[in-house]
Write a protein that binds this ligand. Structure first.
Ligand SMILES: CC(C)(COP(=O)(O)OP(=O)(O)OC[C@H]1O[C@@H](n2cnc3c(N)ncnc32)[C@H](O)[C@@H]1OP(=O)(O)O)[C@@H](O)C(=O)NCCC(=O)NCCS
Length: 415
């Protein structure tokens, strides 16, 4: 029988920290209100050079170091995010390219704040089925780019960050023992972000009205700008309390654990009061709940993997611990996992250094492949395709720096 063990973990949060007082300077709120109602003291905020991909790559590198493996050993990369840099290519493909993970399949997963546990479930199932030996699961979000900074009921709650774990196949019992995934789309209008796609003309191919007919019926969206979050805070709060307690009971029943056997419960970090209510409902003391919301706010898909890293560093998460993780959020979605924590590997500094060298080589290889494709296009393009397509503008690198202009590329890219 195959098991999927978590053997590596890493996190990344943008440098810039925004305190409650800073937000209170431009929105009608206060440090006291935010702390009392949510437990949040500060959050990290992505700067111009940060992107979903750049923080994902940084977290992934840390996780590979802890796992003591090279990127080429990965068979699967999943990035759970609601704030990807592109609709496609996926953030996972950007991570794959940056790491030089040349044996990995890569895709993004959209399940809002439950995304990391959804990804963990997909990856552990793939490992248990024998599809791959190592998998990388990342939860990453730049939530500060989609909150409405004039809406005090949401903008105070969210922050940016990424967390990653490496899963490894093993015949030793332990690791991710069971997962449960759930959704209730009827609650989609409680928490959502509308994209621009719905407003795009639908009559190009004579399909006038098709978009309106197939779009989800979230009519309350009127008045909320595309790209901005809408949240019914009180309803979501009640949902969170109900799910955190209910999903914990369900996953331990499936795993065969009793509630008092849980050494650590790592919940989605949405609001400290949701954790306190679940603690009462489950009769599980708050000391068994891990929380770091005071430092990061709600980082959506990143909140659980960041909490894993901090729990390990602070000694709260130790070998042989029975751990329950519960995510919940937009969709509505929720998910839980029961994990038996393993023994960390000794950090191998040589592998760590090699992974930095490999990162540089992956960058060179990626650029070489782009150049090769352009050459191929010049040589063969006009034979197979006519008329020749104009050269595509280069994508910016994940760290915000633009790739160098290629010969013949439009001048507008210089602006
Ligand atoms: C958003 C949340 C913190 C609000 O806390 P609450 O105790 O429910 O507060 P209410 O929504 O009842 O609002 C109480 C009052 O505070 C006000 N208020 C809201 N945000 C405020 C802020 N940032 N600062 C000061 N006052 C605020 C409201 O306008 C309201 O004023 P009113 O009574 O004059 O109408 C809470 O509902 C929550 O955390 N919900 C879940 C959010 C969540 O977890 N989302 C992500 C899930 S993945």
């Amino acid at each position: 029988m195959r098991y999927a063990h978590i053997v590596g973990w890493g996190k990344s949060a943008p440098e810039r920290v925004v305190t409650n007082d800073e937000i209170a300077a431009f929105v009608d709120t206060s440090d006291t209100w935010i702390r009392e109602r949510s437990g949040i003291g500060q959050r990290h905020m992505a700067g111009a050079k940060d992107s979903c991909a750049s923080i994902s790559i940084a977290a992934a590198l840390e996780a590979l170091d802890v796992a003591n493996i090279s990127p080429s050993q990965l068979g699967l990369i999943i990035v759970a995010t609601s704030t990807p840099d592109y609709a496609f290519p996926s953030t996972a493909c950007l991570v794959q390219d940056a790491l030089g993970a040349d044996s990995a399949g890569a895709f993004d997963l959209s399940a809002a704040c439950s995304g990391f546990i959804y990804g963990l479930s997909m990856a552990s199932d793939a490992i248990k089925a024998g599809s791959c030996e190592y998998a990388l699961v990342i939860g990453a979000d730049v939530m500060t780019r989609l909150v409405n900074w004039a809406d005090r009921s949401t903008c105070v709650l969210f922050g940016d960050g990424a967390g990653a774990v490496v899963l490894q196949s093993s015949d030793q019992p332990g690791g991710v023992l069971s997962t449960i995934l759930r959704a209730d789309g009827s609650g989609g209008d409680m928490l959502y972000v509308r994209t621009n796609f719905r407003e795009m003309p639908a009559n190009v191919a004579g399909q006038d009205g098709a978009a309106a007919a197939t779009a989800p019926a979230i009519e309350e969206a009127k008045g909320i700008a595309p790209g901005h979050m809408y949240m019914n805070g009180r309803e979501v709060f009640r949902f969170g309390v109900r799910i955190l307690a209910g999903a914990t009971r369900e996953i331990i029943a499936r795993t065969g654990w009793e509630i008092d056997q849980i050494d650590l419960l790592i919940p989605h970090q949405a609001n400290i009061r949701i954790l306190e209510s679940a603690s009462k409902s489950l009769s599980l003391p708050m000391e068994r709940f891990y929380h770091n919301i005071e430092h990061y706010g709600n980082t959506s898909a990143a909140s659980i993997p960041i909490a894993i890293c901090d729990a390990v560093t602070s000694g709260r998460l130790r070998p042989n611990h029975k751990v329950v993780m519960v995510g919940f959020g937009g969709g509505l979605t929720w998910a839980s996992a029961a994990v038996e924590w393993g023994t960390p590997r000794a950090l191998n500094r040589a592998n760590r250094t090699m992974n930095r060298v490999r990162l540089g080589l992956a960058n060179v290889r990626s650029r070489a492949r782009r150049v090769l494709r352009r050459v191929e296009d010049r040589v063969f393009g006009s034979i197979e395709l006519s008329p020749a397509a104009p050269p595509a503008p280069a994508m910016p690198a994940p760290n915000g720096k633009s790739a160098p202009l290629a010969e013949g590329e439009p001048e507008t890219r210089r602006q």
